[in-house]
Design a protein around this ligand. Structure first.
Ligand code: PMP
Length: 448
């Protein structure tokens, strides 16, 4: 075999070479078509090869691609920050540009800590997160993440941040039933704050809808209102990790808008540039910036490529495209159609335990036994088998396995927001075949 130089996710796995992409399809060098059922990593929200974005890219490249943020600002960066604030709840956010979702959450953490330092409360420096959560792969972001599999090897290097229970209604951590629970899981945050002491806590971070660490887990109604009230009561900043949910994905511009809650800070990434360039951001409310403006007058963080005009111009074009093609409402409507199709699928396939999500951020959780929700043994690798089978058939879906403290099987279905009804039908058809084939491979004893 020819020597390889790119370090791949799985070193002994063969990855086809991509040739080009158009709309919801990707084509490899053999000419095989793949329907992008998860927008890569829930990123390529506009689909591939969109001419308007390519034009914007060229136009900016013809002016200037890079300037260093300590020397210049640029029109695209200023316009993008203004547009994000106009779109965000409350319209009073500043933007700190970064290059990945991990940097966006980690920067949010740092700004929250700096906020309290400037207010003369340096002891407030811990961040509470939830047991099922993923906020990124760098050590700071991983410290805030509950994702057992991704943390495991680095535990000695991570901050020992507290975690509270997740709003996971399919397997309620309190054994309650939806609609009859008074959203009791949110009270765990108040309990944790009292135990640790609010004087030690800077912020609470949560994904509006849990993504990779469980699969499109939508909290019960009223959850975030209660969470925000608890944060306010104890003087704790609320960080919404909108890296996966933000920018139209869930049928609202920001996931938190479903709950009518205004986070103090937001982390954005993925869909913000729809995969056309690495781009991410931390949005910070006026009142969080205020003591920093009066004090140090500088955020103690930043990266070489932060706020580069090339990426800003691309993101700006993405937001313009979303507006022009009304992709927020498209995500809501198409999401309802696809969710319904997945529910119909579940009727006939007994390893489907739960179908859930909002807008075009949907997921299926697989179980060995539907009646008692018994998960499959991790060694069976059910999630990866379904993903691999679908891949062979030309369908891409995203893993969300390991939700239950490292166990459990789920996949995310999150196609580009421009997907047609016919393409959604094709996606569901292939997915059904793959799940059925993997189900047939599993021995009957695993299923009874
Ligand atoms: N937060 C959430 C909610 C995410 O889904 C991800 C990526 N899956 C991240 C943070 C990290 O983003 P990145 O991979 O761009 O660093």
């Amino acid at each position: 075999m020819k020597r390889e130089h790119v370090i791949k996710p799985v070193l002994d796995h063969h990855y086809p070479t991509i040739q080009y992409g158009k709309g919801v399809y990707l084509y490899d060098e053999q000419g095989k078509a793949y329907i992008d059922g998860c927008s890569g990593a829930v990123t390529a929200g506009l689909g591939h090869g969109v001419q308007e974005i390519i034009d914007a890219m060229m136009e900016q490249a013809n002016k200037v691609s890079f300037v260093y943020r300590s020397q210049f600002t640029s029109e695209p960066a200023e316009q993008l920050a203004e547009k994000l604030s106009d779109l965000a709840p409350g319209n009073d956010y500043w933007t700190f540009f970064v290059n990945s979702g991990s940097e966006a959450t980690e920067t949010a953490m740092k700004i929250a800590i700096q906020h309290w330092q400037e207010k003369g409360r340096p002891g407030k420096n811990k961040v509470i997160s939830r047991r099922m959560s993923y906020h990124g792969i760098t050590l700071g972001a991983l410290s805030m993440s509950g994702h057992v599999l991704r943390r495991r090897r680095f535990i000695p290097l991570l901050e020992d941040f507290p975690v509270v229970m997740p709003p996971y209604c399919y397997r309620c951590p309190l054994g309650k039933t939806v609609g009859n629970c008074q959203v009791a899981c949110a009270d765990d945050l108040a309990t944790a704050i009292k135990r640790i002491g609010a004087e030690h806590i800077a912020a609470f971070i949560a994904e509006p809808i849990i993504g990779a660490a469980g699969g499109a887990i939508v909290p019960p109604e009223g959850y975030y209102k209660k969470i925000k009230a608890i944060c306010e009561q104890y003087d704790i900043l609320f960080i919404a990790d909108e890296v996966m949910t933000g920018i139209a994905r869930t049928g609202a511009m920001f996931g938190m808008q479903h709950d009518e809650v205004e986070p103090d800070l937001m982390a954005l990434g993925k869909g913000m540039s729809a995969g056309y360039t690495p781009m991410a951001a931390t949005l910070v409310k006026d009142h969080v910036m205020e003591p920093i403006l009066k004090g140090t007058k500088s955020i103690m963080s930043g990266h070489t490529y932060s706020a580069n005009p090339q990426s800003a111009a691309i993101s700006l074009a993405v937001l313009t495209y979303i507006d022009k093609h009304q992709l927020v409402s498209a995500a809501a409507n198409k999401g309802r159609y696809l969710l319904n199709a997945l529910h119909l699928l579940a009727d006939g396939i007994k390893i489907i335990g739960d179908v859930r999500g909002k807008g075009l951020l949907l997921a299926i959780e697989f179980v060995a036994d539907r009646t008692n929700k018994q998960p499959f043994a991790p060694g069976l690798g059910v999630t990866s088998r379904i993903i691999e089978n679908a891949f062979q058939k030309g369908l891409l879906v995203y893993p969300a396995a390991g939700a239950i403290d490292g166990e459990g099987d789920a996949i995310i279905i999150a196609p580009p927001l421009i997907i047609s009804e016919e393409e959604m039908n094709q996606l569901v058809r292939i997915l059904a075949e793959s799940i059925r084939e993997v189900m047939a491979e599993l021995t009957p004893s695993t299923l009874e």
